[in-house]
Design a protein around this ligand. Structure first.
Ligand code: 5GP
Ligand code: MG
Ligand code: MG
Length: 202
């Protein structure tokens, strides 16, 4: 285990097993409806999750990335995110599955669901690896026949690994873990993001 990590919440094996289950459910749901999904992953955090997920979905799919960011706030998302890197593919008339690393306040997903609606998606499903329902502020809704798929419920702790970062670090850990609190104040963090003060917001 990386020595910046306090504890592992979800191991590589647990994640892999859960992704197989999610992919089977998605395959069965979309087979039943006859719709070919357009997978849209939220960069950067969902990059590993989507890579592992789509390899286990047995349907003809497209894959695209989108990015949403809120400005002027720290690592805890407390602002109003906006799409900062749009889609390459057209989602008009498509059955979109938004793939996220984690749902926290719900602001990001709410913004992205609106974006898909505005761009004419026929349905919008959400597939998130982690969900922190305790911190929800915005109750987003899937669109049309869309469904909500979730890997794990996550305790109200700041987690990193398997795509999730702290100051852009730790994304390559193969598991999801809780960062040692002293890392929030680390020299490394302030060198990378001198204007963001995640630790003070806790
Ligand atoms: P929301 O808009 O739902 O509040 O936040 C979603 C985004 O905030 C996630 O996609 C992720 O980038 C970030 N986030 C929320 N909670 C955590 C966490 O515990 N760890 C990390 N690394 N990022 C988080
Ligand atoms: Mg994300
Ligand atoms: Mg992040």
């Amino acid at each position: 285990m990386n020595d910046h990590i306090q504890k592992i919440l979800f191991t590589e094996q647990q994640i892999s097993h859960r992704i197989s289950e999610l992919a089977s459910t998605i395959t069965a749901d979309f087979n039943a409806s006859g719709a070919a999904p357009a997978v849209v992953a939220v960069a950067t955090g969902a990059f590993l999750f989507v890579a592992d997920l789509v390899r286990k979905i047995h349907l003809p799919i497209t894959v695209d990335f989108i990015r949403a960011e809120s400005y002027g706030s720290g690592t805890v998302s407390n602002g109003h995110p906006a799409v900062s890197f749009g889609l390459k593919l057209d989602v008009r008339g498509k059955h979109v599955i938004l793939v996220e690393d984690i749902v926290d306040t719900g602001n990001t997903l709410s913004c992205l669901i609106d974006y898909m609606k505005t761009n004419g998606a026929s349905s919008v499903s959400v597939c998130t690896l982690l969900d922190k329902p305790a911190r929800r502020k915005v109750h987003f809704q899937v669109v049309g026949e869309g469904k909500f798929y979730r890997g794990f419920e996550c305790p109200d702790e700041f987690v990193v690994g398997y795509g999730l970062d702290f100051a852009e670090q730790y994304r390559n850990l193969p598991y999801v873990g809780v960062l040692k609190p002293e890392m929030y104040k680390s020299d490394l963090y302030y060198r990378i993001r001198p204007n963001q003060k995640w630790a003070q917001q806790q």
